[in-house]
Each structure stands twice: as structure tokens, then as C-alpha cells.
Ligand binder design. Structure first.
Ligand SMILES: NC(=O)C1=CN([C@@H]2O[C@H](COP(=O)(O)OP(=O)(O)OC[C@H]3O[C@@H](n4cnc5c(N)ncnc54)[C@H](OP(=O)(O)O)[C@@H]3O)[C@@H](O)[C@H]2O)[C@@H](O)CC1
Ligand SMILES: [K+]
Length: 568
């Protein structure tokens, strides 16, 4: 499924206008879809007739608010009780102003959800008064008090707040049209306060939850928490990332009539996708009845050390359980002893180790050179340790391999030691960092990159001409032209060993001639799908990485069964 950045969305809207579908029409369409959603919720889920349903629109000053007015125009004539609370001011865009102007004012309750300048001044003055004037004596009668016009303003302000609270608390549906793609910075306290009330109602966000950054997925404190988000045209990139994703609830994509032809305007730039089953039509490759093992790719795994034996076994098993025809593990003796019990289907190349159980470089070159020549994909790094020898080994592999190389875990830590590993490459390179490893590569802290995941993955991929798999909830796969986001997987997979399996699965997909970017996407998706199957069977707390491997058969069945079933 295609997703877009907010900037791309703006350009699509502009292009749509040029192709004859005006922004006004787009907003009308957005309003109609929103009204349909609200109507469907009230009738079908809440089982209420419109006359029993109070719908409160929180409408901001931009076009996100305009969508609310367009929806209100439709719902009004169906009989819904409508309240529109203007948040932050009256509409400022001509389109939103137009949509508001056509609403019959007498049939909708309008509330100013913002303080007028006078009230701000009154509150300031009252605070000053409180601080500087002595308290009145108890004997002073009410009548003898001097009438203060500021008091009137404060009483009116209290009343206004009461109206807002009453409307929101009594609503069956609260619609957040405060900010859409135009949001930046932080939410103000008043808006946060309003978002915090009305817990019993169904909460629908228009386009994105207000307070969310639709490009990156970062959020402002007090963001609107939606049960459902109706987004227009396409899912925005930020909605695929945490923490924003958590606040979207169920995501519905509404077609608002942007002409297909408008997409051509994005042709020359980076394309964004969400990895879907139907996106993976090529995966797994078809197996003819007379096929033999040589046709399904040979994966060479260079991994493990005497203190991290499981990592090598997991990567090897991940590749074997994902359809690779032949998998060879090159490692130190102790690691091979363990792996050969766990994965007797693999073949092994024993490499010399140092006194601490890590692979040596010089003596490994010759046996590796022969194995590399035969490989269709190489996985290097899982549990390998970071020593001068493993750094040299990683550099040697990337500079001489003729097939794609997947660099994982300690392989990435080796790059941190020597960036030449990425500059002297001889073939396609895929790196699979989690946020900590990515921060190490960029020599910064995790929080510095946490809300810039797209930018970080895209720029690193473009800078080195590689494919970056930035792991975490909503894993991002980026090369120089494309970005794909994954949505399978769960928190039960956040445990040591899970990443080693992913490296093996990707190795198998790439070795099976699925293409580098597409193969990586397939691997990432399958890894998450197997994790989801394991979590469904065992629960997120109890599942182990080995359960991801044992759930791969189920994941492949699911993939085959439901290839055309799109889920959002
Ligand atoms: N274009 C189209 O054809 C269509 C658009 N559609 C809809 O339009 C939405 C985008 O509309 P939009 O561009 O008007 O931006 P929106 O998010 O409504 O608000 C911007 C306003 O908020 C303000 N503001 C921002 N942050 C703030 C803060 N922290 N605190 C306070 N104020 C803040 C900001 O101020 P400024 O940046 O000017 O300082 C500006 O005044 C989109 O999401 C979709 O719902 C659909 O109808 C389909 C057709
Ligand atoms: K919104």
C-alpha cells in the first residue's frame, strides 16, 4: 500500500486541482466520507438513531477544521445533534471559512473553544489584582463593592469552559479536526485540557490525531487519543511509526477522489510503501515439482563465537526455515558443535579462533573465499564479537563478495570501528541496525534519532548506496529510491536472538533471487508474521526466539492463503 509524506500529500492535492478535481471538491469528499463513518458508527456499532446522537466537532483554524464543517453539513440533515467547538480561533483558510459559512447557525451549537484577547487580559489583571490588592474586609457588603468589568469577563470565561465540558462529556462521538498535516510544535494547554475530557465517547481523528507529526510519527504532549483515524487519500508516513501509531486507533483510508494520474507528480522522487501481503506476490518463489536444492539459493552465514553460539544457530535456522536450498555456517569450533546439533541440515566451515573464542582473520580468508564464491547471499555478524580480526573479516567479506551481504549485529559494530567497510564494498550491502546500533553508527544518542527514523534510514542508505533495515516497531527498509514500512510483529519479539533470525530469513529471501530491496521487505514481513503467530499461540511474555522459527511454517501458510486480503 502506498503511503506518503505530508509534503507529497500537499503536492498531490495541488496536482489534483490542475487535473480538474479542486481542493474544494476534495474537502467536500473528505467531509462526506467522515460523515459516512460517523453515521455508520452511530447506527451500526452504537445502535443509536441520529436524534439520540450528540456529535461534537473540535474544529481548528485550518483545513482539518474545514473537513469537520463539510461533514457537519451532511450529518445535520440526517438528524444528528451537532456541536462545533472552535479551537484556537475561527477558521483562517478560505476553504474552511466557506464550509463554515454554509452551515445554518441556528441548528448547530457553536462554542468558542478559545479565550478572547480580553479574557487573557482579564486573567492577567485578576492575577495582578490578587497579588497586589489587600483582601476586602469581611464587613464590606456585596452591594457596596465596586463593580469590576473584569469580573464579568471571568464569569463569562467560566461559563464558556462549563459549556465546553458539558458538550464534550455528553457526546457520543468526539471528532478531532483541530490539526491535520499542518501541525507543528506543541499543543497548548487549553487544547490538551479539552482532549482530556469525554472518555466515554467514540473518538475519531480527522486525517491524523491532532498533536501528531504526520511526517515522522513523533507526538506532542496531550495528543488526541483516537479510537479510529480516518485519513484522506493515503496513510501519512508518520502514522506508520510509534509513538503516533499508538494514538491513531483503527486507521481507515478514505478515497477523496485524487485522480490516479496525479501520482505521476511523485514519479521522480522517493516512493513510500507499507509492506502488504499483495505487495509480496513474488514471495516465496514458486517451487516446481522437479526443482532441486540448487535452485533455492545458497546462504553463507559467518557468525558466532564461543560465548555467543545461539546467534549463529538462529541465523542458520532462520535461513533454512525460509526456503534456502543450502545453508553453510562458517564459525569457530564451539559454535559449530552447538549449531550442528540444532541445525543438522546445514553444512559447516570451521574457522580458527583466538584465545577468547572469536574468529581469526588471516587463516579464515582461504576457506571463506571458496564458500563466498558459491554463495548467493552472505549473512555476517550475528554473535561474532568485535575484535580487530572480526573487523578485518567484515571488511574482507564486503570488499570481495560477489553476492549481496547482510551485515547484522556485531557486523554493524565492526562498521562503527571502521567505516571503510561500507565505502569499499563490491556488491549489494544490507545493514540491519536496531536504534542503538544506528545511534552508534551515527555517533549520537538514541533519543536524537528516535523521532527521525525515516530521515536517518533514508539518508544513510543514500549516503552509502546500501539498503538499511532500521529495526523497531514499524521497521523501515530504505534504499536510495524507495522506503517500505513493516507493520507485522509485536513486542514479544524484543528479545535477544530475534534479530539473528531476521538476518537469516532475509539471507534466504535475497538468495532466492527475490531482488535485494524486495527480498529484504519479504524477510522483514515474514519475520513479523511468524512472531505474530508465535505470540498468538504462546503469548508475548512467554514466546522465545525459537518460537519465531517454529512459527515460520504457519507464517508461510498465512501468506499463501491471504495474499489478496489487504489489512490496515
Ligand atoms: N489541502 C486540501 O486540499 C485538503 C486538505 N484536507 C485537510 O486539510 C488538512 C491540512 O490543512 P492545513 O494545511 O490547513 O493544516 P491544519 O493541520 O488544518 O492546521 C494548520 C493551522 O494550524 C496552525 N497550527 C499548527 N500547529 C499549531 C500549534 N502547535 N499551535 C497552534 N496552531 C498551530 C497553523 O498555524 P501556522 O502554521 O500558520 O502558524 C495553521 O493555522 C489535512 O490534514 C486534511 O484534513 C482535506 O480536506 C483534503 C483536501
Ligand atoms: K486531526
Amino acid at each position: 500500500m502506498k503511503i506518503v509524506t505530508p509534503k507529497q500529500m500537499c503536492r498531490l492535492e495541488e496536482q489534483s486541482e490542475k487535473l480538474g478535481v479542486s481542493k474544494r471538491q476534495l474537502m467536500k469528499n473528505a467531509g462526506r466520507k467522515l460523515a459516512e463513518l460517523i453515521d455508520s458508527y452511530c447506527r451500526n456499532e452504537a445502535k443509536l438513531i441520529p436524534e439520540e446522537c450528540s456529535v461534537v466537532f473540535l474544529a481548528g483554524t485550518g483545513n482539518n477544521g474545514g473537513d469537520c464543517y463539510a461533514a457537519a453539513d451532511i450529518l445535520l440533515y440526517k438528524g444528528y445533534k451537532l456541536t462545533i467547538i472552535h479551537i484556537g480561533g475561527l477558521p483562517k483558510t478560505p476553504l474552511a471559512q466557506e464550509m463554515l459559512s454554509i452551515l445554518p447557525r441556528e441548528r448547530i451549537t457553536f462554542i468558542e473553544g478559545f479565550r478572547s484577547g480580553n479574557v487573557e487580559a482579564a486573567i492577567e489583571a485578576a492575577e495582578l489584582d490578587y497579588m497586589t490588592i489587600q483582601p476586602r474586609s469581611a464587613e464590606t457588603s456585596d452591594d457596596s463593592r465596586e463593580h469590576n468589568p473584569l469580573d464579568d469577563l471571568l464569569i463569562a470565561e467560566k461559563k464558556r469552559m462549563g459549556l465546553i465540558k458539558g458538550a464534550v462529556v455528553g457526546a457520543q462521538v468526539i471528532v478531532d479536526g483541530v490539526f491535520g498535516t499542518g501541525f507543528h510544535g506543541e499543543l497548548d494547554k487549553d487544547t490538551m485540557g479539552i482532549f482530556g475530557i469525554g472518555s466515554g465517547a467514540y473518538r475519531i481523528a480527522v486525517d491524523i490525531p491532532s498533536g501528531g507529526d504526520s511526517a515522522s510519527g513523533s507526538i506532542s504532549a496531550g495528543i488526541f487519543k483516537a479510537d479510529e483515524t480516518m485519513t484522506f487519500g493515503f496513510i501519512k508516513t508518520g502514522m506508520s511509526q510509534f509513538p503516533l501509531k499508538k494514538y491513531c486507533g483503527r486507521i481507515t483510508v478514505a478515497d477523496i477522489g485524487i485522480p490516479q494520474e496525479a501520482l505521476k507528480i511523485l514519479g521522480g522522487e522517493r516512493q513510500y510503501h507499507r509492506i502488504e501481503r499483495n505487495f509480496l506476490a513474488f514471495y516465496p518463489p514458486k517451487r516446481e515439482r522437479d526443482a532441486h536444492k540448487g535452485e533455492f539459493g545458497k546462504v553463507l552465514v559467518i557468525a558466532g563465537s564461543s560465548s555467543m553460539r545461539g546467534a549463529a544457530a538462529f541465523a542458520t535456522l532462520g535461513a533454512l526455515r525460509s526456503g534456502a536450498g543450502l545453508v553453510r555456517l562458517a564459525s569457530v569450533e564451539k559454535c559449530i558443535d552447538t549449531a550442528s546439533v540444532l541445525t543438522p541440515e546445514a553444512t559447516f566451515i570451521e574457522l580458527d579462533s583466538d584465545d577468547y573464542g572469536y574468529m581469526l582473520y588471516d587463516s579464515s580468508r582461504e576457506p571463506l573465499a571458496e564458500a563466498m564464491d558459491k554463495a548467493d547471499a552472505i549473512v555476517i555478524g550475528c554473535g561474532m564479537g568485535v575484535t580487530p580480526d572480526t573487523v578485518e573479516l567484515t571488511k574482507y567479506v564486503t570488499s570481495t563478495a560477489k553476492c549481496p551481504v547482510i551485515i547484522d549485529a556485531d557486523g554493524i559494530n565492526c562498521i562503527v570501528q571502521d567505516i571503510d567497510i561500507l565505502t569499499k564494498k563490491n556488491s549489494d550491502i544490507i545493514i540491519t541496525p536496531h536504534m542503538g546500533e544506528m545511534a552508534r553508527l551515527l555517533r549520537c544518542d538514541v533519543p536524537m534519532i528516535a523521532d527521525k527514523r525515516f530521515i536517518v534510514a533514508e539518508r544513510y542508505a543514500a549516503q552509502y548506496g546500501i539498503t538499511v533495515v532500521l529495526k523497531g516497531a514499524g521497521t523501515i527498509v530504505a534504499d536510495s529510491n524507495r522506503v517500505a514500512v513493516n507493520h507485522t510483529g509485536n513486542a514479544g519479539m524484543s528479545v535477544g536472538g530475534s534479530g539473528d533470525i531476521l538476518a537469516g530469513i532475509i539471507g534466504a529471501a535475497v538468495a532466492q533471487d527475490c531482488g535485494v530491496f524486495d527480498g529484504v521487505c519479504a524477510g522483514v514481513y515474514m519475520h513479523g508474521l511468524a512472531g505474530d503467530a508465535a505470540a498468538a499461540r504462546l503469548g508475548m511474555e512467554a514466546m522465545l526466539p525459537r518460537d519465531i522459527i517454529s512459527s515460520l511454517p504457519e507464517a508461510f501458510s498465512l501468506l499463501k492463503e491471504k495474499k489478496n486480503n489487504m489489512t490496515v
